[in-house]
Design a protein around this ligand. Structure first.
Ligand SMILES: NC(=O)c1ccc[n+]([C@@H]2O[C@H](COP(=O)([O-])OP(=O)(O)OC[C@H]3O[C@@H](n4cnc5c(N)ncnc54)[C@H](O)[C@@H]3O)[C@@H](O)[C@H]2O)c1
Length: 255
């Protein structure tokens, strides 16, 4: 307990990708994980290549990593593991979005989307896996899907974004099946419209008002609200859940 709040990740060592943007979901995950007692390493392409990476005043270890590049993931994960002494939780949060419609969608943009969102999730999982399998602290993987994967994009995500996130959801379910017998859980969070740089100011006032009216909870979500669902899936609170997709969308998509 810290200040009366139960520490749901006490003693856990967590790697979170895509946490460099202070207004993003990744940074909210890192803040909440640290509040709950985890030691955290953050991997992001926006950290400098030569970043010393050391923990800063109780903050996370920060390491440069391009998740779409296998070698970059391998180097960053080795340093994360050195710094943390092991890995018990992996959150694959790094991602990109684009609204390009299919008739304007060039092959290189399609490939880039899949490279970052789907292959990136595979790359980071692959290099973290030996440490997760060696963990005796109830290891868990949490991946970031999206409502776009479930409803066919249509808002800020085009077909390539929806397909990449659909791939992440299927990949997560397969991980759950393959890794469950070896003691590692794997789950997904599917956020709806969350107020980050990916979405803020992107709809225009009229469309934004209309969208909010169509959401049962009548508003967009916050990064902290996504982080709370991820905390649940990363912690032992969800010890009998694997292969599930938790919607964090205000009721925007109910199925
Ligand atoms: N914001 C939303 O409404 C929303 C909805 C559904 C799903 N998501 C998903 O949540 C995750 C976080 O999104 P966000 O809204 O916080 O976005 P964001 O743009 O604020 O953060 C994304 C982070 O990923 C990092 N990143 C991008 N490409 C990378 C790469 N190749 N290698 C390493 N790091 C990379 C960026 O530097 C950034 O720090 C993404 O996977 C996104 O698809 C967001």
């Amino acid at each position: 307990m810290s200040g009366g709040v139960p520490q749901l990740l006490a003693g856990k060592r967590a790697v979170v990708t895509g946490g460099a943007n202070p207004r993003g979901i990744g940074a909210a995950i890192v803040r909440l994980f640290i509040e709950h007692g985890a030691a955290v390493a953050v991997l992001d392409r926006d950290y400098p290549d030569n970043d010393a990476g050391g923990p800063r005043g109780g903050g996370p270890v920060t390491l440069h990593c391009d998740v779409s590049n296998g070698a970059s993931c391998e180097a960053a994960m080795a340093r994360a593991q050195d710094a943390l002494g092991g890995i018990d939780v992996l959150v694959n949060n790094a991602g990109i979005v684009a609204a390009t419609r299919i008739w304007d969608l060039p092959e290189d943009e399609f490939r880039r989307m899949v490279d970052v969102n789907l292959t990136g999730t595979y790359n980071v999982t692959r290099v973290a896996l030996p440490a997760l399998l060696a963990s005796d602290r109830k290891p868990a993987i949490v991946n970031l899907g999206s409502t776009a994967a479930l409803r066919g994009g249509g808002l800020l995500g085009g077909s390539h974004y929806a397909a990449s996130k659909g791939g992440v959801i299927s990949f997560t379910k397969a991980l759950a099946r393959e890794l469950g017998p070896r003691g590692v859980r794997a789950n997904c969070v599917a956020p709806g419209i969350i107020e980050t740089d990916m979405t803020l100011g992107k709809f225009g006032e009229n469309w934004e008002t209309e969208l909010k009216q169509g959401i049962p909870l009548q508003r967009f979500g916050s990064p902290a609200e996504v982080a709370q669902a991820i905390l649940f899936l990363a912690s032992d609170l969800s010890s009998y859940s694997t292969g599930i997709v938790v919607d964090v969308n205000g009721g925007f998509h109910i199925h």
